[in-house]
Design a protein around this ligand. Structure first.
Ligand SMILES: Cc1cc2nc3c(=O)[nH]c(=O)nc-3n(C[C@H](O)[C@H](O)[C@H](O)COP(=O)(O)O)c2cc1C
Length: 257
């Protein structure tokens, strides 16, 4: 609390535009010590049924018309999308499939002169980045960064991750088999928060949700399985991906295969 007051008081003169954002982010990170407390809280939620519905029992109910015809494609994609948790097949994920997902879910639309992604972005700043961790794909095992403006991958480093090392990065409890590819969505807070201050952090979260959903729906439409992860060890992951943890924060992970 004292930290917060210090930051709020200091902010009037501060040139640091994401101090509050960092305070929030860093104080909600998971690590191998606080994970036990986190798991306990989740267990308590289930045990105590701490669920508070939001409804309007006394309001008039207006029945909505049936879905119009002509929306079969979008209906198939949004209603069939399910979180996949069984990755027992040992088949490698093809580069073509990876490329299709990236291009459709985040690529440059290429229909205007300036760069605009398929994902909306506050002020068209595009603070999000996608890092790939390839474990069983046509790419060599390792880390890649997707450069969405021109649709290519930067090969950052070749690395073979064993099961134990992976468990120290991402909480994959409940997953059967090996996920061939992880897409880690990160947000670079520098430009975003220079423009919008700490409120930019909200935009980073919203945009990560947009991109995450685009990846999930694109994967579904291409008949590729996908699972979103909100649980990961922030600092371990940042170190593994060589992110500058001060401003480049991992927000969301999608496993693909
Ligand atoms: C922000 C977020 C975080 C999630 N984290 C995990 C996770 O860490 N592990 C997991 O197995 N599923 C995770 N899920 C998937 C949800 O459990 C799943 O979406 C939910 O059970 C509804 O099922 P459906 O996706 O098949 O509709 C996450 C989903 C969201 C939106």
């Amino acid at each position: 609390m004292r930290d917060l007051i210090k930051i709020i008081n200091k902010k009037r003169n501060s040139s640091d535009k994401y101090e509050l954002a960092s305070l929030f982010h860093n104080n909600t990170e998971l690590n191998t010590v606080n994970i036990k407390e986190h798991a306990k809280q989740i267990e308590e939620y289930y045990n105590e049924g701490d669920y508070k519905p939001l409804n309007y029992p006394y309001s008039e109910k207006i029945d909505l018309p049936k879905l119009s015809s002509g929306y079969k494609n979008i209906q198939r994609v949004v209603t069939n999308r399910r979180t996949k948790r069984d990755f027992s097949s040992s088949k490698k994920l093809s580069l073509k499939k990876i490329s299709n997902i990236l291009k459709l879910s985040y690529g440059n639309r290429g229909v205007e002169e300036k760069t605009l992604s398929t994902v909306p972005s506050a002020g068209a700043i595009y603070p999000l980045h996608i890092y790939l961790i390839s474990l069983n794909t046509e790419l060599k095992d390792g880390i890649y960064h997707y450069y969405f403006e021109n649709n290519f991958l930067d090969s950052i480093s070749e690395k073979n991750l064993n099961e134990k090392e992976l468990e120290e990065l991402i909480i994959t409890r409940g997953i059967k088999g090996k996920i061939p590819l992880y897409m880690v969505i990160t947000a670079d807070l520098r430009n975003l928060c220079s423009k919008y201050g700490d409120r930019g952090y909200r935009f980073a979260l919203l945009e990560a949700g947009h991109l995450g959903q685009n990846i999930l729906l694109t994967a579904e439409s291409l008949n590729i399985g996908a699972v979103p992860f909100g649980g990961f060890y922030d600092k371990n992951l940042a170190k593994f991906l060589s992110l500058n943890y001060e401003y480049n924060k991992a927000m969301y992970i999608i496993g693909i295969g």
